[in-house]
Design a protein around this ligand. Structure first.
Ligand SMILES: NC(=O)c1ccc[n+]([C@@H]2O[C@H](COP(=O)([O-])OP(=O)(O)OC[C@H]3O[C@@H](n4cnc5c(N)ncnc54)[C@H](OP(=O)(O)O)[C@@H]3O)[C@@H](O)[C@H]2O)c1
Length: 310
């Protein structure tokens, strides 16, 4: 599919999904600002013309650098249509084993970095009357799992931030899509991963088993990198941005299992939830202000025992 030429920024372009996205975009005749911690890793990209590719050094843990690079890219490309916030990595091991610096670095890269990036691009998108933000999350942003607790915390964090942001900026013509890939073979479980210092207390537990399998390169991946990159570009060029995009049959199955279990647990606890509302002298529950969901819709509900309007 050939999309009309747009300008894109991609973070973490040196390898893996970021690299595949830049390659796909250049093949589709798009103009790309590819950023990487070491831009020399981008030297072998082959744009169809010199104008199609702009590169810059960007470590997403540095908020000043983010703002500078975004402003420079906007000046160099004339406008920014789509930002793909892709840079990230996983800390693997039991939560209790994670060092303070490891936790801090994981959060600054996977969560605080994307927040600062969004803040840096929004003035440009608002000024030009719209645009897209695509945040790479993970199936781990919808379901926690042993051995990746801190990683999951960052991805659940981006899910909450970007879901909220989507509702804030929709009126400016800015669409936000959170992408939730399943496993795909990149440097993710290889050179990029960080591991905790193993504690004997966790030997043989699921967290330790995952770390060992990651260290031994024994994790199998379901996803096709080029197909995932193609699907992300396709969806980012649709007229309307879906809030979420799951990629890979493992992502679909994992997210479905997680959502189903959460819904079942919520329903099981319905009586407890309603039992903690304020009650009036006559035993009726106090009418509450309806919660407005992300789309501004009234998320009002009928309460057991509440008086219904006649
Ligand atoms: N692969 C999977 O199975 C999988 C599944 C779900 C979600 N994801 C997500 O997909 C995204 C891309 O990961 P990947 O699979 O392509 O892994 P990858 O091959 O390891 O690529 C990650 C890229 O992020 C860059 N990066 C890491 N920290 C950075 C920082 N502080 N500033 C700028 N760039 C930084 C790396 O840069 P260097 O080249 O300099 O190291 C690398 O180019 C991540 O957000 C990850 O959480 C991956």
């Amino acid at each position: 599919m050939t999309a009309p030429a747009r300008t894109w920024i991609v973070t973490g372009s040196a390898a893996g999904l970021g690299r595949a996205l830049v390659t796909e975009l250049l093949a589709r005749g798009q103009t790309v600002a590819a950023t990487a911690r070491d831009p020399r890793a981008l030297a072998d990209l082959r744009p169809p013309s010199a104008q199609a590719l702009w590169t810059a050094r960007l470590d997403v843990t540095d908020p000043e650098q983010i703002r500078q690079v975004v402003d420079d890219a906007a000046r160099a490309l004339g406008r920014i249509d789509v930002v793909i916030s892709n840079a990230g990595y996983a800390l693997v091991g039991a939560a209790e084993e994670a060092g303070r610096d490891q936790i801090d670095r994981q959060i600054r890269t996977n969560l605080t970095g994307p927040i600062h990036l969004a803040q840096a691009v929004l003035p440009h998108l608002r000024a030009q009357g719209g645009g897209r933000i695509v945040q790479i999350s993970s199936m781990a942003g919808q379901r926690g799992s042993p051995g990746t607790a801190v990683y999951c915390a960052t991805k659940w964090g981006v899910e909450g931030f970007f879901e909220s942001l989507a509702a804030e900026v929709k009126g400016f013509g800015i669409g936000v899509t959170i992408v939730e890939p399943g496993t795909v073979s990149t440097g993710f479980f290889g050179r990029s991963k960080e591991v905790t210092i193993a504690s004997p207390a966790y030997a043989g537990t699921p967290a330790a088993i995952l770390r060992r399998r990651a260290e031994d390169g024994r994790l199998s991946c379901r996803g096709d990198l080029a197909k995932m990159a193609g699907a992300i570009v396709d969806v980012a060029t649709r007229p309307t941005a879906p809030l979420r995009l799951a990629l890979g049959s493992d992502a679909y199955a994992t997210i479905r299992r997680g959502l189903t279990a959460r819904l079942a647990e919520l329903e099981d606890q319905k009586q407890i939830a309603f039992s903690t509302d304020l009650t009036g002298d006559d035993g009726s529950t106090t009418p509450s202000t309806p919660h407005r969901g992300p789309e501004g819709s009234e998320d009002a509900h009928r309460r057991p025992g509440a008086r219904q309007p006649r």
